[in-house]
Design a protein around this ligand. Structure first.
Ligand SMILES: [Zn+2]
Length: 453
């Protein structure tokens, strides 16, 4: 047997490669992509706003077939070279993000402040929503069916809203020493929205004044809150972070970083080998339920609509069984402040490209659709061939916690699917952190998947 020298053994070990190193010379493309991504994040704070924004943008891209679902989910499809019956390539991502929703009867007055009651949506850390500027986004549907769109609290010339927090001087008995879940309670997440009294009123002086203002500005009355989707989100634009501007800080990067990449990829995909679908769904943060979530039959409807547009007669179930998919969702990046929750060899790192997550779930992979080795092999070969920075990652140490994505709901159709998205720091916080190079690598991966698969 010939003797191996030391240089040869280098090819046996896997060393993660920095995305910055792999994309050296392509910085202008990374920057151009991230400029567009930043403006998407700044403009869009809700699933409805995401759908409107993308539908408008899609009109500029040629050859896309679009299927909408109640203004909260949408799919963009592009025909491929192979017959539709041979299966499609799907990149699925979600448009909803953790937030506070207004209750049906939100308005009340206490201590001559008017507040709006909220019920949180998705996995938030409650204390992160206190004492910061917040904005209100959403729709109110009036009794006559007319829809009032509200976005208030983003422009510096507009008022914003906030939730108050206890001063440290008096927090001793009320907060210090208690468990975090006892200190920060969902029922205390009430939005301050006014304090000027109606001097002619005998009671509810401030509430009356606020309702009069709402009627004047939007033509709504208190009962209209019962037919509204009003979401409280962090106010402000997406920002670059760091002296070197290498990171992006913004609300809603979970999962709009993948949604933007999937949308951009289907717009830019040149003559894909198979028909491709960017499927953007709602309700992932509350378990993918409902008729706009990934558990709904929306994907089948997308294929019916797409095949009709192509004048083809196919059975969506059979097409989906032969399909391949990437579940675009974020992973938790190795945290420099809490490295103990990760297992370093299998944690994703910021700046190392898109993270392929073979399985999610918790307590022994429970709840995961785990991708097969064959599919992992195919993805790995595709990414290596295409020069895409990629890494693998698990969400935390074994038995540390866990989480899930929409992957398992699409896997039910019989398609192969694996989670593929960038890693974030401060995931689910009002200001999540991503790496520019990972955002771009995610786009490159989705595009390679669509074009060359
Ligand atoms: Zn997500």
């Amino acid at each position: 047997m010939p003797k191996k020298d030391l240089a040869d053994t280098n090819t046996f070990t896997r060393k993660p490669r920095s995305g910055w190193e792999m994309l050296k010379g392509k910085e202008p493309r990374v920057e151009a992509y991230c400029r567009e991504y930043l403006s998407f994040l700044s403009e869009v704070k809700t699933e409805r706003e995401a759908v409107s924004y993308l539908v408008e943008r899609a009109a500029r891209a040629k050859g896309l077939h679009m299927v909408g679902n109640r203004g909260k989910a949408v799919a963009f499809c592009r025909p491929g070279k192979a017959a539709l019956s041979e299966g499609v390539r799907i990149v699925v991502a979600h448009l909803d993000s953790p937030r506070l929703d207004l209750k049906a009867n939100p308005v009340y007055e206490d201590t001559e402040l008017v507040m709006l009651k909220t019920h949180y949506y998705g996995g938030i850390r409650k204390y992160q929503w206190l004492a910061r500027p917040l904005a209100l986004h959403g729709v109110v549907v009036k009794e006559d069916g007319s829809i009032i769109r509200i976005v208030l609290g983003e422009d510096e010339n507009e008022p914003c809203f906030t939730i108050e927090d206890l001063l440290p001087h008096l927090a001793g008995k009320a907060q210090y020493g208690k468990k975090i879940e006892d200190v920060f309670q969902g029922e205390k997440l009430n939005l301050i929205c006014g304090s000027r009294p109606d001097l002619n009123a005998k009671e509810d002086k401030v509430k009356r004044q606020i309702l009069a203002l709402l009627n004047e500005k939007y033509g709504i009355v208190e009962e209209d809150f019962t037919s509204a989707d009003l979401e409280v989100v962090p106010s402000g634009k997406a920002r670059e972070i760091g002296f070197d501007r290498s990171l992006i800080g913004a609300y809603g990067q979970d999962d709009r970083i993948c949604a933007w990449a999937a949308f951009s990829a289907v717009c830019d995909a040149v003559k894909p080998s198979h028909a491709t679908v960017a499927l953007l769904v709602d309700k992932e943060e509350i378990g993918s339920e409902g008729n706009t979530g990934a558990k709904s039959v929306f994907l089948e409807e997308v294929l019916w609509s797409f095949s009709e547009a192509l004048k083809l007669d196919v059975n969506p179930s059979r097409v989906l069984f032969r399909s391949r998919a990437l579940s675009g969702d974020v992973n938790g990046a190795l945290d420099p402040e809490f490295p103990e929750v990760h297992e370093k060899a299998n944690a994703a790192r910021l700046g190392y490209g898109i993270c392929i997550t073979k399985f999610t779930g918790s307590r022994g992979k429970a709840g995961s659709s785990e991708a097969h080795a064959e599919y992992m092999g195919w993805i790995r070969s595709l990414l290596n061939r295409s020069g895409v920075p990629w890494q693998t990652g698990e969400l935390g140490k074994v038995d540390e916690g866990g989480g899930g994505t929409v992957a398992k709901h699409l896997a039910e159709y019989g398609m192969d699917i694996v989670d593929a998205g960038p890693a974030l720091l401060s995931m689910h916080a009002p200001f999540e952190i991503s790496s520019k190079v990972d955002a771009y690598a995610t786009y490159l991966a989705y595009r390679a998947f669509m074009e060359e698969a």
